[in-house]
Structure formats: structure tokens, C-alpha cells
Design a binder for this molecule. Structure first.
Ligand code: GCU
Length: 676
């Protein structure tokens, strides 16, 4: 059934003409090696080609004309070709049309079988996309070392900010029973180059570090290993107290350090290639080194020493803010972490969210990017749509992420983008990386909606190459997921590309942010002003009063702009140059301020809310027209979700206009359809 389970690996039969073009180049599957990854490559090529061509090419020992020869230089045939694999690293690959014994074949080779696996998935993608495969010469390698999913999955299977059912990790049945879905999860991730997964929530439960759970974790690691995916765990900083029986978790206490060392040794006995720890410390009530008067670096370095003998890393999150701190919340991570530059152990990576607040529909890039030149920094994106309408709103995140990755940090010089900061090691051998908070659950379609699969897909593609275009990725995904018909692809990618600006407009236009209702973040709540934490209140973020609206982060306000490089600070800090996207993020602006459009700010705000709703209506229309080209089940599901999105976009618009209007006390501009 077309229920979305197959993701972008749908492998539907190609048209006869296409099959005829491909078949001569897929006559046999040939490998001279045997290891678990090579076996998976053979299986995937067999499944994919079998489904797309009607019958799988036979496995053979010789290499007949049209064979697909895959593996590493351990294969004598591949070694004899003398391929230029030198620059491709551990995970890169080469796909080439070559001759072996005078016969034309396609070789898919890597320095390791994992590289060859990535090459095989690329080769399959070429066929899915209808590309010619008779004269191939492709070399590729990932630009970032760590390409990780972060599951915010609790041990009771509730997924924090998860909108796709329960956790796919069925802890109760592991390790005795391993759901076949774990293998499909690994296949899907490997197909887009994801090479690690943090299994449990950053708000973590120390039980995951106990022996019974480590056996379960080991089982998952065994399933993922042939697909090049390592497991990582979120470590609770107070675990030595909770499961170790110690009185303290002070990182400078020798007993605490010894406990973590022994714990790490134990983990590596279960999972020899364990990746390391992710830690949320002293953030939103989580325990951490500051509970003992120690710094983030002292905490991170103690854990780093425990995993270091085994080659593990510690990913230490920079998402911190404190109620007691009267300073602008947007400034707090920078204020706390930037001075620690150069003090972290070399197997620590600081993991920074894309923006300084919290995964809002649009945020300026986080000022830490470029500001810690001696410290490896990795990106944290959120694939799950906590602040973007959950699973029922169609919002493609490829464009949002591209915007952040291409932002110019001006550090150390103009033209140094966030992507450059991420993929340039701070010293030889220093780790680089990116993480995405997963949107995966046990829903049949994995992500809670058909279109949210695109966000998982786009994350993987951007993790592999942060300079890829969100548009190109959307088009590939659409063709593999919905069918390879140009009219379909252009309609679907059109919807996807406009979807991000649409949600910005109907939720938080012109740089507004954090207007969502309390706790669950579903729907509007811009009027909320009574939460105990000052910086949880939407009124704190929009700061609307009779004179105007927006958070003054210039010199006359919190001066958060000063955390950016001088040219960026100048651009964001001036009303003339900040632009519409970040206007109210950085400035408190009078309601009658003249916008670039010629309208007043108040009128522009209303126009944006209207435009957001109109864009959803346009997506509905575009989608309805595609009915004849799409299977009924998936078409219906998306239609229904778009109807929900339209209703909720109106809810956002009407609530926000009513509320802000009660403060601005200005008439609605002509053309605005007032709510009934
Ligand atoms: C957000 C989110 C929390 C999460 C936190 C984090 O605040 O709402 O659920 O725990 O981010 O990233 O640590």
C-alpha cells in the first residue's frame, strides 16, 4: 500500500524505455569481498534494481559486460584499476564507467566498504532520477565528520516534541526482539549519509547507562554498524549519584571522574565503536557542572577524558539560559561559552542551535558561529517541527537551513559562511559535525506526515554537503517520493519552496518570534505574560506597546548585535539595513514606521499575516490539481493536512491581528478580510 513507509526508497518499476536503457548497465552484481556492509550493498542493489527493472541482476564472480562491480581496493579487480581514491577519505566513493578485461562495467568503490555503500545509494538515486548511467565519473565525500540524528526519545517511548507517534525504540522488547524497522531506519539514514544517532532525549534519564539498557543499545548498534551508523547516548550529568551511588557529580571530584571512566569502559565493552556522549547541562533545570561551581569546560573535559581512550567524543550543548540572568536571553549562550574558547579538550565539540533563541520559524544565525575559533562547533538543527505547526503543517525546512548555512559570519573575514565555520576543522584532525533533532516515530510513514519525510531527507543531504541547494534537494526528494513527472515535480517543489516563508508570515512575520502558546507551542499565544520565567513569555519577545513592537537588541536595548562581527552588527543594528526578515528581532519599531513596501509597519504586519494564509490556500489549490498523478491514499492525507494547516493559519492570523491590534489601536488596512 502507498502509505509512505518506503520513504524516498520507493523503487517503483521504471517505464519500459528506461528499463531498456538501464539493463545493459546492470547485468550482474559483482563483489570479491565479503563483510557485512558488502552484503548490505548487494542486498540493496538487488532490491532496488529488481524492483525498478523487473528482475534483480544475478550475483556473479566474473565481471561480464554491463556488470556493477563494487567494493574496496581489497578486491583485486578494483585494486587493478588504480582508481584515484586517495582524496576520498574513509567515507567517500567513486562511481566510474570503466573497462575490465576489455568489457564495459560500472565500478562503485570506496576506501572502505562504507564508502562503497554510500556510492551504491548514489548509484541507485541516479537511476531513480532517470539520469544516464553509461558514462559515469563521480567522486564524492562528505564535508562533515559527524552527521547525526538526535532523538529526543524517552525510555517510556514518549518522544519530546515528537509528532510521529511513539519512539521507534521498543526498549521493552530489546534486546530479545529487534523490530525489522530498525534495519529500514538504518537503510534510510545510510542512503543520505547520516552516520550516527543519539538514541535518547537530551533531557535524559540515567537508566540508559545501566547494564540492562546497554545490552539493548548494543543490539541496535549491531544492526546499525554495517550501515556505517554509530550510536551515541545523551548522558545525564548527575548519573554518578542516581545510578552510581556517589554523593556528588562534581566533575573535579576524583571519584566522579573514576566513575565515568569505568562507565565508559563498560559501555565500550558492549559497543566497541560507541560514538560518545551528548550532554545538556545546566540548561532548563538539567544538572551540570555549575551545580558545583565548575564551568561547562570543566564538566565537558571530565567526560571527554572518560571516552578519549576509546576514541569517543563529547558533544556539549550550548543551549543555555538562566532565569536569574537579567540579560536578553538571546545573548546568554554566547556570553557563557565564548569566553571558554580554547579551554575544551580536543575531543569535545560544542553543539550550537542554528539561532540564539530556540528553533523559531526564522532566526538570525547564532553569534557563536565564527566566534570560537579554537573550539570545534557543530550545528544543531531541529527536524521535528516544534514551533512550526507540528506534523500537519507543510513546511519544508531545506530553505530555512540553507539560509542559515549561507549566512556570512564575517569571522574571521567577509565571506566566511556558517557552513565554512562548520566544515573547517579548527586544527588538523579536529572533529566537525552537524546534528538534527529527529522527526521520526513509529507512525507508518515515520515522520508523522508525508512531507515531513522531506525534512529528514534534506537534513541528511545538507549534512553531507552543507552547500547544496534546498531547491535541488526538494526536487530530488519529490521525484523519488511522488514520481518522476516534470509537472508533478515543479508543482511539488514550488509548494515546498514557498512553504517556509508562508509559515513565517502566518505565525511570526517580520522577525517576531516565540509567540506560541505555552508549553506545547501549538497555536498562538502572543498575549501570554504570566509565566514564572520572564523569558518564556511571548510578551517578553515581542515587547509590543502603544508606541511600537519588537525587541530592541541594538545599543539602545540589549545590544545583542554586538555579539556579531562588526559588519554584521552594523547591518542588523541599523533600521536602514536590517531588512524585513529580522526587523522586529533586532528593533523596537513604531507602528507608523514606513516599510520598504511603502506601508506602515502595522499595515505591513497585517498584510503579512494575510499573505501567509493566502499562501496555504495556494498550496491547497496546487495540491488539488495533482490528484490524477498521485495515489489516492497519500493524496488524501496531504489534502486533509493542508486543510488543517489552512484553518490553523487563519487561527494564527486572526488571533495575532486581534491581539496586536488591541495594542496598536490602528484601523485594519484596506483589503484585509476581517474575521467573521
Ligand atoms: C526547547 C524544547 C525543549 C527541549 C529544549 C532543548 O526548549 O522546547 O523540549 O528540551 O529545547 O533543546 O534542550
Amino acid at each position: 500500500a502507498e502509505d509512505g513507509y518506503d520513504l524516498w526508497l520507493r523503487y517503483r518499476a521504471l517505464e519500459a524505455g528506461q528499463q531498456d536503457r538501464i539493463r545493459p548497465h546492470a547485468t550482474a552484481l559483482v563483489s570479491e569481498e565479503s563483510d557485512p556492509t558488502i552484503d548490505r550493498i548487494a542486498a540493496e542493489l538487488g532490491t532496488a534494481l529488481g524492483a525498478m527493472l523487473g528482475a534483480p541482476p544475478p550475483a556473479r564472480r566474473d565481471a561480464p559486460a554491463g556488470a556493477i562491480v563494487f567494493g574496496t581496493p581489497k578486491s583485486p579487480r578494483i585494486a587493478a584499476l588504480g582508481l584515484p581514491l586517495g582524496k576520498l577519505g574513509r567515507e567517500g566513493y567513486l562511481i566510474r564507467s570503466v573497462a575490465i578485461d576489455g568489457k564495459p562495467v560500472t565500478v562503485i568503490a570506496g576506501n572502505t566498504s562504507i564508502g562503497a555503500l554510500y556510492g551504491a545509494f548514489r548509484f541507485i538515486r541516479l537511476i531513480q532520477l532517470g539520469e544516464p548511467i553509461d558514462r559515469l565519473d563521480i567522486a564524492d565525500r562528505p564535508r562533515l565528520d559527524l552527521r547525526l540524528l538526535n532523538h529526543w526519545d524517552n525510555l517510556d517511548r514518549h518522544v519530546e516534541r515528537g509528532y510521529a507517534g511513539q519512539s521507534i525504540w521498543d526498549w521493552q522488547k530489546l534486546p530479545g526482539f529487534a523490530d525489522p524497522r530498525y534495519t529500514d531506519y538504518a537503510r534510510a539514514n545510510a542512503s543520505i549519509g547520516i552516520n550516527g544517532t543519539v538514541l535518547n532525549n537530551v533531557n535524559s534519564n540515567a537508566d540508559i547507562l545501566t547494564e540492562p539498557f546497554l545490552k539493548k543499545v548494543a543490539k541496535l548498534a549491531d544492526i546499525f554498524r554495517p550501515y556505517g551508523i554509530r550510536v551515541y547516548l545523551s548522558a545525564r550529568f548527575s548519573a554518578p549519584i542516581e545510578i552510581g551511588g556517589l554523593k556528588t557529580a562534581d566533575p573535579l571530584d576524583p571519584e566522579v571522574a573514576a566513575w565515568w571512566k569505568a562507565k565508559a569502559d563498560e559501555i565500550y565493552r558492549h559497543v566497541p565503536d560507541f560514538g560518545g556522549f551528548l550532554v545538556k547541562a545546566n540548561s532548563e533545570g538539567q544538572p551540570g557542572p555549575q551545580d558545583y561551581g565548575r564551568s561547562h569546560a570543566e564538566g565537558a573535559n571530565m567526560l571527554a577524558a572518560a571516552v578519549r581512550p576509546h576514541g569517543g567524543v563529547v558533544m556539549w550543548r550550548a543551549f543555555v539560559y538562566a532565569n536569574e540572568n537579567p540579560d536578553d536571553r538571546a545573548k546568554q549562550a554566547y556570553s557563557e561559552f565564548q569566553p571558554l574558547d580554547g579551554t575544551f579538550a580536543d575531543n569535545v565539540i560544542v553543539q550550537v542551535k542554528n539561532g540564539p533563541i530556540d528553533f523559531q520559524p526564522r532566526e538570525p544565525f547564532h553569534p557563536l558561529f565564527g566566534a570560537m575559533p579554537k573550539t570545534p562547533l557543530m550545528m544543531e538543527f531541529q527536524i521535528t517541527k516544534e514551533y512550526l505547526g507540528f506534523a500537519t503543517h507543510l513546511v519544508y525546512l531545506g530553505g530555512l537551513w540553507e539560509e542559515v548555512l549561507r549566512a556570512d559570519t564575517h569571522r574571521p573575514r567577509a565571506g566566511t559562511t556558517v557552513a565554512d565555520v562548520l566544515d573547517t576543522p579548527v586544527r588538523a584532525g579536529a572533529p566537525t559535525g552537524i546534528a538534527g533533532v529527529a522527526n521520526i516515530g513509529n507512525d507508518r510513514n515515520w515522520s508523522g506526515s508525508q512531507f515531513d519525510q522531506a525534512n529528514w531527507y534534506a537534513f541528511g543531504r545538507l549534512a553531507w554537503n552543507p552547500d547544496e541547494s534546498g531547491h535541488a534537494i526538494a526536487a530530488d526528494w519529490s521525484r523519488m517520493t511522488w514520481g518522476d513527472d516534470p509537472a508533478l515535480t515543479s508543482a511539488i517543489t514550488g509548494m515546498m519552496l514557498r512553504s517556509h516563508q508562508a509559515v513565517v508570515d502566518y505565525m511570526t512575520p517580520l522577525g517576531l518570534n516565540h509567540l506560541m502558546a505555552t508549553g506545547h507551542h501549538y497555536g498562538p499565544g502572543p498575549w501570554v505574560d504570566d509565566l514564572p520565567r520572564r523569558d518564556w513569555n511571548p510578551t517578553y519577545f515581542h515587547d509590543a506597546d502603544a508606541a511600537g513592537i519588537g525587541f530592541d537588541r541594538t545599543r539602545t536595548g540589549s545590544n545583542a548585535v554586538a555579539q556579531y562581527a562588526a559588519p554584521v552588527a552594523r547591518r542588523f543594528g541599523s533600521l536602514a539595513t536590517v531588512g524585513d526578515d529580522y526587523l522586529l528581532w533586532f528593533h523596537h519599531v513604531p507602528w507608523d514606521h514606513r516599510m520598504a513596501s511603502g506601508r506602515t509597519l502595522w499595515d505591513e504586519l497585517v498584510v503579512r499575516y494575510d499573505r501567509g494564509v493566502a499562501e496555504v490556500a495556494a498550496m491547497q489549490q496546487a495540491w488539488a490539481a495533482l490528484a490524477p498523478k498521485i495515489d489516492a491514499r497519500r493524496h488524501r492525507e496531504v489534502s486533509d493536512f493542508l486543510a488543517i494547516q489552512r484553518e490553523e493559519a487563519k487561527w494564527w492570523r486572526d488571533a495575532c491581528i486581534a491581539y496586536f491590534g488591541s495594542i496598536a489601536k490602528r484601523p485594519l488596512p484596506a483589503g484585509h478580510a476581517a474575521p467573521p
